[in-house]
Design a protein around this ligand. Structure first.
Ligand code: COA
Length: 126
């Protein structure tokens, strides 16, 4: 089984959220690891917000029941984004058997976008 999700976001929305609500905004949507890796830069955070929406679409639930910080995107040593699931998102992935994920991010001056793909390995007796 294969699932995918896509999302695109205006970077200005994230910039505005940070300037209006500061820490409250940043800590609602992003984990400490994401904030540190992105150095709180709006274009990079916007890509991660889009990725969380994309993951929620791949789940088929929307972000509501999962929680923003249960989906964490951290780049590896080569810069490739890797999804880490925690809490409700990890539990749902286990329930659905979605055990392989891939994420891709992009940003221009105005927009950030992300694609998420999830796979469940199907065994011969399923
Ligand atoms: C990595 C690369 C593809 C980014 O493309 P770009 O057009 O400059 O920038 P985009 O906005 O489209 O993408 C940026 C995102 O690419 C992702 N990225 C960076 N390195 C990556 C890698 N090795 N593999 C996959 N994704 C990567 C990151 O998530 C980055 O966003 P972030 O900085 O917020 O984490 C480009 O810099 C490149 O070609 N680098 C050298 C070759 C390479 O490592 N290619 C790997 C992918 S085929």
């Amino acid at each position: 089984m294969l699932r995918c999700g896509i999302d695109m976001i205006e970077i200005e929305r994230v910039r505005e959220g940070i300037s209006r609500m500061g820490e409250r905004f940043l800590n609602r949507f992003f984990t400490p690891g994401e904030r540190a890796q992105c150095e709180d830069q709006p274009h990079r955070l916007a890509a991660r917000l889009a990725a969380k929406e994309a993951v929620a679409k791949a789940f088929g639930t929307g972000v509501g029941p999962l929680g923003w910080r249960s989906m964490e995107i951290i780049c590896d040593a080569r810069g490739r984004p890797v999804l880490h699931l925690h809490g409700a998102a990890a539990a749902l992935a286990a329930d659905l058997g979605l055990d392989e994920w891939d994420i891709s991010l992009t940003h221009t001056a105005a927009h950030a976008a992300a694609v998420a793909v999830a796979m469940k390995r199907v065994t011969s007796d399923e």
